[in-house]
Design a protein around this ligand. Sequence first.
Ligand SMILES: *Cc1c(COP(=O)(O)O)cnc(C)c1O
Length: 356
Amino acid sequence: MSRPIQVLIDPAAIAHNYRRMKALAPKAKVYAVTKADGYGHGLARVVAALPEADGFALLEVDWAIGLREAGVTQPILLLEGVFSADEMRLASHHALTVAVHEERALAWLETLVLPKPLDVYVKLNTGMNRLGFVADTAAAVVARLQACANVASITLMTHFATADDPDRGIAMQLARFDAAVAGLDLPMTLANSAATFDFPDVHRDWVRPGVALYGATPFAHRSAASLGLIAAMSLQSEIIGVQMLQAGDAVGYAAAFTAPEPMRIGIVACGYADGYPRHAPTGTPILVGGVRTRLLGRVSMDMLAVDLSDVPQAQIGTPVELWGKGLPIDEVAAAAGTIGYELMCAIAPRVQVKTL
Ligand SMILES: *Cc1c(COP(=O)(O)O)cnc(C)c1O
């Protein structure tokens, strides 16, 4: 073995989490959202863990084609649609489902000669103000698509900005959506992970959980465990150095931590070039030999320091868990001022990823 850092992915946890979301929305079908290389877990690995998934949703047309070529037969939804007329042709050829969120894509569907009619999702902007047609124009957009020979089916779609925020919720966006689509007898998809947990009324025909499948929480104040989720990713390394500090000795760049008393510290082979957040401050939790301790000082490119005061048995070679089943990624993210989503997507290419 070379440098001891590695990521372990647990396919059984992904399958468990998928079933958890399915059980929450028993009448809906479930898109496993696998953008960003399966939130950093590896697209192929995630897809292999979910043979039962009703569909997959991601962004890149070439990755979607890769899934088709690997034999995936479920619907594959391109959440941002296609970015060129050529991609619309490819999507048609490979039976990909395409989100249509702006005039340009609508015009391609109206004018191109395509190999096969496509399933399309009409994305409506109900208040997120990112992608989508103005919600009130839904009926007009649908009428144009219904007149297209290139369109096999139409599903209505929107995305919530604050489904994870109990104070704001989804009421305003939902009211806009329901008003805009009243009278259109079409399937719908609205819910991300947070909305799948908290708003059964928006499960409708398809739900679209992402982060929950990987065992992290979409909420700021509810743990993944309390939601019945199991962490699928574990970032592991080892102690590769030990130092004895005297009172007043400092640790690492900027001498950002100073020992108040004599203490023993460990150096872990993990830094920001591995994807560990550089902004994690002193006190960020870390497991050393299964014991919860804390980060000390600045995270370096390739290393970080941990307090071994309560882990006297720790030495060079002692295993370290940066996050995983014993230490929720969400806790590390919160300490670093970010969310679990960002940490799982940020694992660097130099880190070996293994399937359990
Ligand atoms: C990323 C994404 C999701 C999944 O969101 P989570 O919060 O990870 O569940 C669902 N729908 C769309 C359109 C997305 O971009």
